[in-house]
Design a protein around this ligand. Structure first.
Ligand code: GDP
Length: 440
């Protein structure tokens, strides 16, 4: 996430290394580089300029903080300013109203439908809500179909009227349907176009006026940089929306949209999308994002994700199996699945302070466990529960079945062996505390 920007900012701060006191000259030099880094990340020129002016004002004459290294002080000032620029505090979703009506807006391809599903899933699993998804795209039958696929995958009902060509009516009927059937959140996915046009704006304004949503969200693809900011402005002028959703932050985003959008439309970024899966949704925390941009990682989010995925019962089951020497490849697989639920590897590495920089040149596969899973899936149930059965002949069969090399199977067997031994050791005297430390 924002690798390029992080890299350039890091280089900018290098200028200050070796200087004992912040002087006007070296601050100016560093800030010029900071501004260049922001512009390269597609941040609007005026915003980048104001940003560095503010940081400069604060930096000059901060002799008070002589205990800090000048570099650190400036990084802190930049971090605070970035946080402020991206919204300051975290902004929640207004869930008042029964049902709460949420209207999604944005261009086609921005990730509206995907995000509608993610939000429904988030509200259902994390907030105990009963959401209804509404398909209001009257132009593309495929869009309605797509919402059904999304709804199916998260077990959320979808409301549509394929024959009706009036989106206002569909939305109103959906709210009636929700009231009559106990749904407490209604998420209305609307039609988007490839670019801003009058017909689309009129249509969504009409829906907006008719259903008076509690929350109107604008979805935008973060990869589109300054265009994202301009589109946001056009939608905000018509809808006066409540918040922004930035999607595709997992891609090769330069960061301009995330940094500029709040100050242009004066509306907070509420969530971000970090992948195509339904779980790839994060509440947007401006301070954590600023830390990530500055290569400081985001340990708080990492720990939160680990806690969310940690299943106490499963851990107890595994502990018993280890004690009885019954830990097998099926358990190994379920452990991998738990880690995977925390997010993709690249994203997780980005949350570890300094790791992004250290691993800059290492190719991290999105699906780092693909081969391991394929190998385990090629084993018979018996082999999975009794790995000792796997001899050379079986290894060759497993490699063939999983499309891997025998060396890869060997490697996995070795890793598994080491892990089992280590776990066994932890169970022994003195090991209990270690297990506790690891959350098991
Ligand atoms: P809509 O036309 O606005 O409804 O956009 P869609 O929801 O159909 O999304 C367009 C494409 O972007 C689809 O291929 C999605 O899978 C993909 N997409 C949506 N959100 C994300 C995201 O956060 N990350 C990534 N990598 N892809 C996304």
């Amino acid at each position: 996430m924002f690798d390029n920007l992080s890299d350039k900012l890091d280089k900018a701060f290098h200028i200050l290394k070796g200087h004992g006191k912040i002087t006007e000259v070296n601050v100016a030099e560093t800030l010029k580089e900071v501004r260049r880094a922001l512009l390269d990340a597609d941040v609007n020129f005026k915003i980048a300029k104001d940003f560095t002016t503010k940081v400069k004002e604060k930096a000059i004459g901060q002799n008070v903080l002589t205990t800090l290294q000048p570099g650190q002080l400036l990084v802190k000032l930049v971090k605070d300013e970035l946080t402020e620029l991206m919204g300051g505090d975290v902004a929640g979703v207004n869930l008042s109203g029964n049902p709460t009506v949420i209207l999604m807006s944005g261009l086609q391809g921005s990730g509206k439908t995907t995000f509608s599903g993610k939000l429904a899933n988030y509200l259902q699993t994390k907030k105990g809500k009963k959401p209804l998804l509404v398909a209001c795209d009257i132009y593309r039958p495929a869009a309605i179909q797509q919402l059904y696929v999304v709804g199916d995958s998260i077990a959320v009902e979808v409301y549509s009227e394929p024959e009706n060509k009036n989106p206002v009516e569909i939305a109103q009927n959906a709210i009636k349907h929700a009231k009559a059937n106990g749904f407490n959140v209604v998420i209305v996915d609307t039609a988007g176009r490839l670019a801003v046009d009058e017909a689309m704006m009129t249509e969504i304004s009409n829906v907006h006026k008719a259903i008076q949503p509690h929350e109107t969200l604008f979805v935008v693809d973060s990869m589109t940089g300054q265009d994202a900011v301009n589109t946001a402005k056009a939608f905000n002028d018509r809808l006066n929306f409540d918040g922004v959703i930035l999607t595709k932050l997992d891609g090769d985003t330069r960061g301009g949209a995330a940094i500029s959008i709040k100050s242009v439309v004066n509306k907070p970024i509420k969530f971000v999308g970090t992948g195509e899966k339904m779980e790839a949704i994060d509440v947007f925390y401006p301070d954590r994002m600023a830390e990530r941009i500055l290569g400081m990682g985001d340990v708080v989010s990492l720990v939160e994700r680990a806690q969310e995925q940690f299943d106490e019962e499963e851990a107890r089951k595994i502990q018993k199996k280890i004690a009885k020497n019954e830990f097998g490849f099926d358990d190994f697989l379920s452990q991998i699945q738990q880690v995977k639920k925390m997010g993709n590897m690249k994203d997780l590495v980005g949350m570890i302070p300094g790791a992004s920089k250290a691993m800059k040149d290492v190719e991290i596969e999105d699906d780092a466990f693909k081969h391991i899973e394929a190998i385990i899936h090629s084993m018979t149930p018996k082999e999975r529960s009794k790995p000792a059965l796997i001899d050379v002949k079986r290894k060759a069969r497993i490699a063939k079945g999983s499309g891997t090399k025998i060396e890869q199977v060997n490697q996995l067997m070795k890793q598994f062996d080491q892990m089992s031994k280590m776990m066994k050791m932890m169970q022994g005297p003195g090991g209990k505390n270690m297990m506790k430390m690891m959350g098991n």
